[in-house]
Design a protein around this ligand. Structure first.
Ligand code: AMP
Ligand code: MG
Length: 489
């Protein structure tokens, strides 16, 4: 063990695998024939206490493909259920394996999970595999979210397997290693409530509290407090998504974490022109997970969490429901506060004023009317260059701009301070769909990862406003077909 720490730095603990049986199944990743790195996240490896030089090697490729297990691993597939597009169903890790939890020197605990590592008892009809394009897409977007400062799981590596995966076409197989403060999700609790009995439910709730919210552990009403914390963190998270135009695309309850981190980068994408009804996912025909629906769907999902926890809230059903409702109903106000605070910062309002919200809504309305790009509009304002927005000569924008300037002048802080704040919250670069597609095409077609590497470098500093970033802020040529994303298959 000591030698191993010196070598690769693995320091795995397996608290989840020590939970009672029903919460997981022991599994082994299926070996693959020829693992090779597509990308290795050195900075993340280092921050986990891993030896990045040692792991950026064939030895590392064997580990991140599941061919060999890192010291101390106890591979399992987690059991969970979930509401998918509104319908309850049993799920579980059908193509993922949790190797263990890496403990860092600072005492943090991170799940190390392989995604695409073969079939598990939860695979149903699936092959347990993943393909290169979607795994690199998850790598790019989750790392971009991290750089934006939005809570998220991260991607440590993507390796190609050397084996084909059969979808509509034959595609190169790949495995992504993701790290997260845990993979506990609302669906974990729905599973426990349905099949674990009250004891199972209590076990997983105690586990979640210990892992994520130890500050409520000693409180008598800790389960209500757990619910409250998750409501607070999800309200904050979804507001952050809205503020950068991120559309998750598949906000099923199994894809919503207890930690408040973004997980499950499947059909997600960033909005270009501002339209609250934007949907990218090809399977979301009803627009259930459209941009504007993310906050209410988040709240709907949290209602499923509250329902699952009910038996722990109080002995009497009426009392439990009352407690659940009083916590759940706070979501709207919390969300709205985070959103409004965030929008104020985006516009440089460092001291809130009563008329801010109408001014914000006006701008959004004008952006929608003129199909203005979400990110670039705030970028233009941040750079104090209104002339670079296509809305520049329109009377409604000109009028709004005057009001905005007047509002900035009315506040005590200087305009410089206001612009400095704006620069720290309005990204100049986001993983634009056409850029991501370009990077994936080069990677999948030619195994040329250089386009992706360049993009990753730019996305790592979204608030830099550097001249090298300029070309990454350009919009794609107008296209008559709307952009479509597909589930991470
Ligand atoms: P997701 O849409 O990624 O949240 O996945 C929903 C469920 O389908 C989860 O239980 C996954 O583990 C499972 N799943 C997705 N793709 C596959 C696959 N290729 N093989 C087996 N299970 C899968
Ligand atoms: Mg999922």
């Amino acid at each position: 063990m000591t030698q191993n720490i010196i070598n690769a730095g693995w320091n795995l603990n397996n608290s989840y695998a020590r939970l009672p049986d029903p919460f997981f199944e022991k599994v082994q990743p299926d070996p693959v024939s020829n693992p090779e790195f597509a990308v290795f996240n050195k900075a993340l490896a280092e921050s986990l206490g891993l030896n990045s030089d040692k792991l950026n090697s064939q030895e590392g490729a064997e580990i991140f493909s599941g061919n060999t297990l890192p010291e101390g691993a106890m591979p399992i597939a987690q059991a969970y259920a979930g509401h998918q597009f509104g319908h309850f169903t049993m799920l579980g890790d059908g193509r993922a394996v949790l190797l263990g939890e890496q403990l860092t020197v600072s005492g943090k605990r991170y799940d190390i999970q392989l995604k695409g590592s073969g079939r598990t008892p939860f695979s149903r009809g699936g092959d347990g595999r993943a393909t290169l394009g979607p795994m690199l897409r998850e790598h790019i977007i989750s790392e971009a979210m991290y750089a934006l400062g939005i809570p998220t799981n991260r991607s440590l590596a993507v390796v190609t397997t050397g084996e084909p995966v059969f979808r509509e076409n034959e595609l190169p197989g790949a495995i992504l290693t993701r790290t997260a403060s845990s993979h506990l999700r609302i669906g974990t609790f729905e599973y426990a409530a349905q099949w674990g009995g009250k004891e199972g439910l209590r076990t997983i709730a105690d586990y979640a509290i210990k892992r994520h919210y130890p500050e409520v552990e000693a409180q008598e009403d800790r389960y209500v407090k757990l619910f409250e914390k998750v409501v607070e963190n999800q309200a904050a998270l979804i507001a952050r998504w809205q503020l950068v135009g991120f559309i998750h695309g598949v906000m099923n309850t199994d894809n919503m974490t207890i930690s408040g981190e973004t997980i499950d980068y499947g059909p997600c994408a960033f909005m270009n022109e501002y339209d609250p009804a934007t949907v990218f996912s090809s399977i979301d025909v009803q627009g259930r997970y459209a941009y504007q629906n993310q906050p209410p769907i988040g709240q709907w999902n949290l209602a499923r969490f509250g329902e699952a926890l009910l038996p722990l809230f109080a002995k009497e059903q009426d009392k439990a429901v009352e407690l659940a409702q009083s916590v759940h109903s706070k979501f709207e106000e919390l969300y709205h506060k985070h959103w409004l605070d965030g929008m104020r910062e985006k516009l440089g309002f460092l001291e809130g004023a009563a008329q801010d919200e109408p001014l914000i809504e006006d701008l959004l309305g004008i952006m929608k009317k003129h199909q203005a790009d979400f990110t670039n509009t705030f970028r233009a304002l941040t750079m104090d260059k209104p002339e670079i927005t296509p809305m520049k000569d329109t009377p409604d924008f000109t009028n709004w701009y005057k009001q905005w300037q007047a509002r900035l002048e009315r506040q005590k802080v200087s305009k410089n301070e206001a612009f400095a704040k704006m620069k720290s919250v309005n990204p100049s670069v986001i993983p634009r769909n056409h850029l991501v597609e370009e990077a994936l095409e080069a990677a999948v077609r030619d195994r040329d990862y250089s386009v992706m590497e360049r993009l990753l470098n730019v996305l790592a500093e979204p608030y830099a406003y550097s001249s090298e970033q300029e070309e990454f802020t350009k919009l794609p040529p107008a296209c008559d077909r709307p952009y479509r994303t597909f589930c991470g298959t």
